[in-house]
Design a binder for this molecule. Structure first.
Ligand code: PRP
Ligand code: URA
Length: 209
């Protein structure tokens, strides 16, 4: 069964408050999303495996640990997921980056896929699918489906703000995918927006609308 982690680190919660604030402008919003993505990447990589290697310090030979195990792939859901990529790459600079392009049809709220490009060694990688918002869960589920169809076997999903409806939808469709959230909000409104949320993540990030 999928595990759900809600990060309650004070720095994440503090920065999230200003991300939510409607008076925060595009430049600051972008910087804060980038910073929170870095902090979340620190937490999400906690279970990475390590191995011992032999090195020599200036004092003596020593065994010391380096990362081992699967290579990482980061997959932002376009558009808004792009805002989280650089923040994660600061901690995992060797990760490869794929892209899944989806938008929600404003009438049906159903996601429509318009682009996908993944690293060629899909089966070897552990993927982190990123999007600031998990609302109905439709976009996350279609993105995860697309990765699985192309052979991905190890997937985590990471977002800034989730609605309970979205968490339940991803858990039901993908019980093998753990979910990492900075804040679990109250509900969705009639337009499929998260309440209290932060508004439209793509528009706030890119200054559109
Ligand atoms: C937003 C957001 C998610 C999706 C979440 O994207 O970035 O991808 O909605 O909603 P869901 O959980 O109900 O699917 P949007 O469709 O507005 O596209 P954009 O990033 O291009 O603005
Ligand atoms: N997409 C957004 O950008 N914001 C929401 O609250 C829900 C979906």
């Amino acid at each position: 069964m999928a595990k759900v982690y809600v990060f309650d680190h004070p720095l994440i919660q503090h920065k999230l408050t200003y991300i939510r604030d409607k008076n925060t402008g595009t430049k600051e919003f972008r910087e804060l999303v980038d910073e929170v993505a870095t902090l979340m990447a620190f937490e999400i990589t906690r279970d990475m495996s390590l191995e011992d290697i032999e090195i020599e310090t200036p004092v003596c030979p020593a065994k010391s640990k380096v990362l081992s195990g699967k290579k990482i792939g980061i997959v932002p859901i376009l558009r808004a997921g792009i805002g989280m990529v650089d923040g994660i790459l600061k901690l995992i600079p060797a990760a490869k980056v794929g892209h899944v392009g989806l938008y929600r049809d404003p009438e049906t709220l159903m996601p429509v896929e318009y682009y996908i490009k993944l690293p060629s060694d899909v089966e070897e990688r552990e993927f982190i699918v990123v999007d600031p918002m998990l609302a109905t869960g439709g976009s996350a589920n279609v993105a995860i489906d697309s990765l699985k169809k192309r052979g991905a076997k190890h997937i985590k999903f990471m977002c800034l703000i989730a609605a309970p409806e979205g968490v339940d939808a991803v858990k039901a469709a993908h019980p093998d995918v753990d979910i990492y959230i900075a804040a679990l909000d109250e509900k969705l409104n009639d337009h499929g927006y998260i309440v209290p949320g932060l508004g439209d993540a793509g528009d706030r990030l890119f200054g559109t609308k």
